[in-house]
Design a binder for this molecule. Structure first.
Ligand code: KMH
Ligand code: ZN
Length: 276
């Protein structure tokens, strides 16, 4: 499964003009990435000034637009930006996405701190269960896997029953984007969990190759990667999805369709665009 994370919350449009920040840009990017092989989209939205926002109306409209105009599994970020308050992050679920991110611990994030204390994780997890939204457990560090196991042991299975994780590697402050770190994290995952991996910045390719060889899925996109090769900025999100699709083909692990991804993740059927 290829997930595209096209926007993120930390890069300014001025620094990366190809970053999709308007609703139209986001839908067009989503459609092009779906055609290139993506099955899920990890969504951060921006306001009219292209600043990160968790505005509830904009979130709802975005989910509706993506559902009408693509077949992608729609995953909203509950991480938001490093400055978003907990209440706004919890309220993301009101937009009724198929899936949401749920980060399993606090991590230094460059010069900032991405806060995910245990009580916040618990509250968010219980809200995903009540709202029938499939969480994707974001693991930035090995200790986050411990917290994930504690969450499942204490509060039971996620909605749908499938535990799905995403290793976010190479963040300055988190686990390094290396094969050794990936193997250590995967070994500690609960039995039966599915997982993807993404390597931030220059760890993108090593992490993708390690994930493919270890049986994982891939997340790519301009949220995580702005440089395609040394001295070559990323052209757009499609370029990153196409590279992931080609690597997966080479590994004889062709990309899942959105329908196959829905079935693997056991997302709730909320209607939306018919896909074959
Ligand atoms: N913007 C990062 C601080 C998520 O989407 O859940 C957090 C993030 C994780 O992007
Ligand atoms: Zn994100």
């Amino acid at each position: 499964m290829i997930t595209v994370a096209p926007t993120g919350a930390e890069t300014a449009k001025a620094d990366a003009p190809a970053l999709p920040v308007t609703p139209d840009e986001l839908v067009q990017t989503a459609q092009a990435c779906e055609a290139a092989g993506a099955a899920m989209i990890h969504v951060h939205i921006r306001d009219a000034e292209a600043a990160p926002t968790l505005d509830p109306v904009r979130l709802k409209d975005t989910v509706a637009a993506l559902r009408e105009q693509t077949g992608l599994v729609v995953q909203l970020s509950t991480g938001g930006s490093v400055r978003d308050p907990y209440e706004a992050r919890l309220a993301v679920l009101d937009a009724e996405p198929d899936s949401c991110s749920l980060t399993c611990g606090t991590v230094n994030f460059g010069d900032d701190v991405f806060l995910n204390p245990w009580p916040f994780m618990v509250e968010l997890y219980q809200r995903t269960q009540a709202a029938e939204v499939v969480p994707e457990f974001e693991l930035f560090d090995l200790g986050h896997v411990t917290a994930l196991n504690r969450l499942l042991d204490t509060f039971g299975a996620p909605y749908g029953g499938q535990v799905h994780c995403d290793l976010v590697m190479g963040v300055p402050g988190g686990m390094p984007g290396t094969t050794e770190a990936l193997v250590a994290a995967v070994r500690a995952l609960p039995a039966g969990a599915t997982w993807s991996a993404t390597g931030v910045g220059r760890t993108t390719l090593p992490v993708a190759l390690a994930a493919l060889s270890a049986g994982g899925h891939l997340r790519v996109g301009m949220e995580d990667t702005l440089t395609y090769a040394p001295n070559e900025p990323v052209r757009d999100n499609v370029q990153l999805v196409e590279r992931a699709r080609d690597l997966a083909r080479l590994a004889l692990r062709p990309a899942l369709t959105p329908a196959e991804a829905r079935s693997m993740l056991r997302v709730k059927d909320r209607g939306g665009k018919e896909v074959g």
